[in-house]
Design a protein. Structure first.
Length: 66
């Protein structure tokens, strides 16, 4: 079954944003800035994984926390 075009576009946009953030993090001289950008890229990677409709929920999601 083909993937929904909207979902495909969302995943592609998240992938592109994540790649851009990781690229920017590599050019930073400030370790704190690199940490922040890498954390944001990681969060977007996790969001991309959630967007595929996984049935697996994190413990905080099961507890009703965002």
């Amino acid at each position: 079954m083909p993937m929904d075009p909207v979902l495909q576009a969302r995943r592609a946009a998240l992938r592109e944003a994540q790649t851009w953030l990781l690229g920017r993090a590599q050019t930073m001289n400030d370790p704190h800035a690199r940490l922040v950008l890498n954390a944001a890229a990681s969060d977007w990677g996790n969001e991309k994984l959630r967007s595929i409709g996984s049935d697996q929920r994190t413990p905080s999601e099961e507890a009703g926390q965002p």
